[in-house]
Every structure is written in structure tokens, then in C-alpha cells.
Design a protein around this ligand. Structure first.
Ligand SMILES: Nc1ncnc2c1ncn2[C@@H]1O[C@H](COP(=O)(O)OP(=O)(O)OP(=O)(O)O)[C@@H](O)[C@H]1O
Length: 635
């Protein structure tokens, strides 16, 4: 069979005018808007391409939006505060007058019919609040910071305006070869999901997803053919830039999805490298469900006169509506044993994601649980093809318990996840929000359960305070006679996971026990915890047998702070994040870490410290094709 590749025309000059085109759409709005809008929508001298009808309907939307005090059909349980509490800049410029609900009907908006019908096919006919709030300023060409709770439709909030502008621009100026929009995401899975949302919502646009762990040559070919929208992880994007395969000179829209993650140490540098390659005149959009104050300040470095659209607000609870929160105390050795009863009780036959802190723990727990559940592990040391298979099988219900590191914490939209179990405390409250937010999406209900040990009680209170939530305490589940040891300890005949090491990649290939290294190495375990964010003195930093000891059997379990789950709030230290042992070789692959978070964290902190977590540590920060050993594979 012969493949014919027809290159698209490169209408660079006209495409470079897209920004002007985008802004020009609002020229007429300036003249039509009531006084209070003037100055908010800058006038341009470019001709306008939106119809008068559109402008009127936009006005209605703006009015309706600000007048709206109710749930906007999104979820009957949404209190008005949840949707519209803190629409900062936007609100200032808006009238308090009531409009009508027409703006919610996507079919009534003047957006491309292609998008309207594609969304309708997906059952999307009305805008969610964040989409509604973003539409006007995004169409206007404003830079923006957008925050809305997990699962409330942020992808389409930035996606619809971008797709619409590109479709209209292409219709007028022809299609070009280089991307007009670039979306950066922290993980491969999220990048794929976002690209899918674009391609499904605007099938006529050429989209590409570029990420590591997959052959670069096919991505290069596709880029050569021409794309409108490129979505990807920073490492692969930089790789493609370095090879001259990706030309970002025509990009007019750039999105940082999960912006607070993307601007953390480890990612930030790569993101900056990419941003440097973009034209100065562009529209930059940053979205996340969490925007700690330090990130808000930082974003100002990358945005021009941004509008902030914040549907969460500082005082509100940060978690999505519809998520019931529970906590359950357990001793260290009983943790694994309580998972079964929790799933039986709370997953209601749906899917469950169990979050661990480390790749190895995800492997071990999944391995142990596989006796009783259809269960798989997902983390950054698993090959990309296996990651994709695992996620696809989880999505389609082939198995229903996913044991994952925080690689799955952000952004993933998987249907029918009814239960999240925090097997170990997350590093900070933002991660808690994202992990928990894998359930209760798009107005659905779900449960999140935090398993904690006695010495983590204070950390639990910190989560409550920072997230603005209250856990319902579940009664302790008796784990007689070290049931968890039975469950986990004999995975390797006791010693297998004991502190004496012996960790081998029994499962050859992708998802085995990881390419972890240095098991049993001093400092490998939790004992690495530095001072935590609760003002407690630092954890013992002495080398210890670490977590594995306690996991594998009682004899080793009392290593200094080395227990499974430990006091995991110490971002920098927990799990020996960047302890030397991670890189100390040990068994297996030349890859760093296995266990973990081997990048130095910017700060200690975790809870209470807004400069959160263990920095980049998602799977794709780096050019992982060229330099697989580079740090960042912690998840
Ligand atoms: N207007 C809409 N009507 C119905 N469903 C929608 C609408 N907008 C988005 N959705 C669906 O809602 C789900 C969540 O959307 P999305 O993944 O964009 O949420 P998010 O806010 O980005 O979440 P997170 O913060 O976890 O990344 C998706 O399945 C998406 O298809």
C-alpha cells in the first residue's frame, strides 16, 4: 500500500494574523457593550468576523452569567457560591443585571457548527459554569488564569474558544502547517486525554499528541504533514524542537493545563524553554483546580494583563461537589487489610483508584490485591504501552481497582470511578484535591477515603483546614493478627520485601516491580523525612531499613519512621524521596529511582506550605527518549 502524504499549505503570513483576528472579534463588542465593558474589551482596528447576532448573544451570556446565582443546570446540588464565588477581574467589569439562560445552550452560541454538533454527539449541549465564565474573555483574546474544581469541564473551557477561533481562521485563511495552539500537560495520559477532547470536539482540525515513551518518528511525520493543535508533555516537545521537527513560531494560543504543577520546580525550566520559542503576541491560558498563592504570583511572569477566573474562591471548600469524604484510622500494618472492606462498602461495584506514594508501593499493593480483585498498577516506571493498555482497560471496565502513584492524580477523566482511597497521605493538600477529584466528576457523586495512622492525625486536620472540608470518621476495621502481613508480607516470602532487600524484577517487562533500585539501601525508606510542615521536628534521618521492613514483616517494621505510609507529609523527605538510595543502582534498570522522587524539592513543606510538593516528579518532564535516566520519573 502506498502512503500519500499531502503537505498542507503554509500560509504563514495570514496565520500570524490570527491573534489580531481573535482580538478583532471583539471590536464591535466594545462599541455595543454598555459603558462598563468599555476598556475591558480593547478596540482594535481589525475587521470583525463575528456576526452582530453573536455579539448580542455574547452580551446576553455575559449578563446572564453574572446575574446567575443558581446552579446553572450543572448539578442540582451546586450552591451558587460554588460556581461563581470569586470571579475576580471578570466580575468587576460586569454588570449585575440579569440576562437569560440562552448562553448556556451551546447550540445558540455563535461557535462553529462543527463544534456544536461534535459536542452534541458527546452529550454536551450546555456550557458548564467555568466554560461560560471563560468564553467571553477567552474569545476576547485575554490571557487568563482559570481555576475551577476538578471535573467541572476546564478542558473545554479553554478548548472551545481555541477550537472555534482556529476553525474560523482556517476557513478564511486556509490551513497552515505549523501549530496554532499548544497545550502543555504534566503527564502523558493527561496529554492524550486533552488531545482526544480536542479531536473529538473539532474533528475537522488536525491535532497531535506528543509525548515520550512512543516513537518520535511518527510524531515528526505528522508534524511535517501539518497540525492545528499540538498537545504534549514538555520533554517530548523540547525534543521535537531540538530536532527542528516542531515549529512553534505560529502558535497563537498556549495553555498550561494543571498550571500549578507545570510551574513547579523541575517542570518550570522546561516550560520556560518552550515559552521562549513562542511568538510574543499570543494568548496564554493557565488552568488548574488548585492555584496556591505562590503560583498565582509566578503566573504573572508569563501572562500579560491576565484576567483571573476563579470559581473556587479562597474561603470555599476546594473539593468538587458531590465527593463524600471519609477518614479511617489504621495502624501501619493494618492498612492494606482495610482496603478490601472499604472497597466492598464504598465502591458500590464501580471503579476504585488507590493512591500510593511510590511506584514500588503501587506495584506491591496491586500485586497483593490481585488475589482478590481485578487490579493493576499504574506509575511512571511502567512502559508507555503498558500504561496505555492499563488505563484503557480500567476505562472500559476490564478491571476495577487501579493502584496508582500520583501520576494518575491530576486531570484524568475516567468514567464511573466511585471511590478514591488515599492509601498514603498525599504530599500536600493540592494533591489531595486532585487525587480525590478523580471521582465526583461532572456533577456525579463519589467517595474519597483517607487512611491515616495515629501519628498523622494532625496532618489530617491540616487537610481539612486547607481544603475546607470535614472527614467523616469511619469506625476502625479490625485487622486481626496482622492480616495485612498475610496480604502483603508473603508476596516475597517475607524477606522479599523485607529490609534485607532482594527486590528483583520478578515480573519481567513493563509493570513488574519496577526498575526500582537500591532496596534496602540506607535511607531508602521513610526515614528520610525532613522536618514536616506541621512544625514537628524532622523525622529521623538516620539510615534505616525503611518502609519495606514494616511492609514485609514485623521484625523490620519499626525502623525509624520507615513504616509504610510513614508520616507522609514531609514532602521532601517522605519515602526517602531524593535520598541517595534512589539512584544507588541496586537492581534493575539504569533508570533512576524506582522508588522515587529523586528530584530535590524546592522547599520543604507539604501541607501548610504552598510551595508544595516534590516538584516535577511527573513522568514526562524530561526528554525521556534521549535521557531516560534524568530525574523526574518519580511517579
Ligand atoms: N458542558 C458540559 N456538559 C457535559 N459534560 C461536560 C461538559 N463539559 C465537560 N464535560 C465533561 O465533564 C468531564 C470533566 O471535564 P474535564 O476533564 O475537562 O474536567 P476538569 O475540570 O479539567 O477536571 P480536572 O481538574 O480533574 O482536570 C469530562 O468527561 C467532560 O467530557
Amino acid at each position: 500500500m502506498m502512503n500519500i502524504i499531502i503537505r498542507r499549505s503554509s500560509s504563514t503570513i495570514s496565520r500570524l494574523n490570527l491573534a489580531a483576528f481573535a482580538c478583532s472579534s471583539f471590536e464591535t463588542i466594545t462599541t455595543t457593550l454598555p459603558k462598563q465593558y468599555h476598556g475591558y474589551y480593547p478596540s482594535t482596528s481589525q475587521p470583525d468576523l463575528l456576526s452582530g447576532n453573536c455579539i448580542i448573544s455574547l452580551l446576553h451570556r455575559a449578563r446572564g452569567f453574572h446575574a446567575k446565582s443558581g446552579p446553572l443546570d450543572f448539578s442540582a446540588s451546586l450552591p451558587s457560591r460554588a460556581g461563581f464565588a470569586a470571579i475576580e477581574d471578570y466580575e468587576e467589569a460586569s454588570p449585575s443585571k440579569v440576562g437569560n439562560d440562552d448562553g448556556l445552550e451551546i447550540a445558540k452560541l455563535d461557535i462553529s457548527p462543527e463544534i456544536i454538533s461534535a459536542l452534541a454527539k458527546k452529550g454536551i449541549t450546555k456550557l458548564f459554569p467555568i466554560q461560560r465564565a471563560v468564553l467571553v474573555p477567552a474569545m476576547q483574546g485575554r490571557d487568563m488564569i482559570g481555576r475551577a474544581r476538578t471535573g467541572t469541564g476546564k478542558t473545554l473551557a479553554f478548548g472551545i474558544p481555541i477550537m472555534d477561533k482556529i476553525i474560523k481562521f482556517n476557513a478564511k485563511h486556509g490551513r497552515g502547517r505549523n501549530p496554532l495552539a499548544l497545550v502543555l500537560a504534566p503527564t502523558r495520559e493527561l496529554a492524550r486525554q486533552v488531545e482526544k477532547e480536542f479531536s473529538e470536539s473539532a474533528p475537522g482540525l488536525d491535532t497531535i499528541c506528543v509525548y515520550g515513551g512512543t516513537p518520535i518518528s511518527s510524531q515528526m511525520r505528522q508534524l511535517d504533514y501539518g497540525v492545528d493543535v499540538a498537545v504534549g508533555t514538555p520533554g517530548r516537545i523540547i525534543d521535537l524542537l531540538n530536532r527542528g521537527a516542531l515549529n512553534l513560531s505560529e502558535v497563537q494560543f498556549v495553555v498550561l493545563d494543571e498550571a500549578d504543577q507545570m510551574l513547579q520546580v523541575g517542570f518550570q525550566e522546561d516550560v520556560e524553554k518552550i515559552l521562549e520559542r513562542l511568538p510574543q503576541s499570543r494568548q496564554s491560558l493557565m488552568f488548574s483546580a488548585t492555584m496556591p498563592s505562590w503560583i498565582r504570583k509566578l503566573t504573572q511572569n508569563y501572562l500579560k494583563d491576565p484576567v483571573t477566573i476563579d470559581l473556587v474562591g479562597d474561603s470555599d471548600q476546594k473539593l468538587a461537589e458531590g465527593i463524600s469524604l471519609y477518614s479511617i484510622a489504621s495502624d501501619m500494618h493494618g492498612k492494606a487489610s482495610v482496603i478490601g472492606p472499604l472497597i466492598t462498602e464504598h465502591a458500590r461495584g464501580g471503579k476504585c483508584i488507590v493512591f500510593t506514594q511510590t511506584k514500588r508501593d503501587a506495584d506491591r499493593l496491586a500485586y497483593a490485591m490481585a488475589r482478590n480483585y481485578r487490579c493493576e498498577a499504574l506509575h511512571g516506571d511502567i512502559s508507555q504501552s503498558q500504561r496505555e493498555r492499563t488505563l484503557a482497560s480500567f476505562r472500559d471496565g476490564s478491571f476495577n481497582v487501579l493502584v496508582a502513584t500520583d501520576v494518575a492524580a491530576r486531570g484524568l477523566d475516567i468514567p464511573n470511578v466511585d471511590l478514591i482511597i488515599h492509601y498514603e497521605l498525599p504530599n500536600n493538600s493540592e494533591i489531595f484535591v486532585h487525587r480525590s477529584g478523580r471521582t465526583g466528576r461532572a456533577g456525579k457523586k463519589g467517595s474519597a477515603i483517607l487512611i491515616y495512622t495515629q501519628d498523622q492525625t494532625r496532618a489530617v486536620r491540616v487537610i481539612e483546614r486547607e481544603v475546607g472540608c470535614k472527614f467523616t470518621e469511619l469506625p476502625r476495621i479490625a485487622t486481626e493478627g496482622g492480616a495485612s502481613r498475610d496480604m502483603l508480607g508473603d508476596m516475597g516470602g517475607g524477606g522479599r520485601f523485607g529490609f534485607t532487600g532482594g527486590m528483583r524484577d520478578r515480573r519481567s517487562g513493563d509493570s513488574g516491580f519496577g526498575h526500582s533500585s537500591g532496596q534496602g539501601h540506607p535511607g531508602f525508606g521513610r526515614s528520610g523525612g525532613y522536618s514536616d510542615s506541621f512544625g514537628r521536628p524532622g523525622q529521623d534521618r538516620r539510615p534505616s531499613s525503611g518502609r519495606f521492613g514494616s511492609f514485609g514483616g514485623p521484625g523490620t517494621g519499626k525502623s525509624q519512621g520507615g513504616n509504610f505510609g510513614g508520616s507522609g507529609f514531609s514532602r521532601s523527605g517522605g519515602f526517602g524521596d531524593f535520598s541517595s538510595s534512589d539512584r544507588s543502582g541496586g537492581f534493575g534498570s539504569g533508570r533512576s529511582s524506582g522508588f522515587g522522587d529523586n528530584l530535590p524539592s524546592r522547599n520543604n513543606g507539604g501541607f501548610g506550605n504552598s510551595r508544595t510538593s516534590q516538584s516535577a516528579v511527573f513522568g514526562d518532564k524530561t526528554n525521556d527518549d534521549q535521557n531516560p535516566g534524568r530525574a523526574s520519573r518519580a511517579y
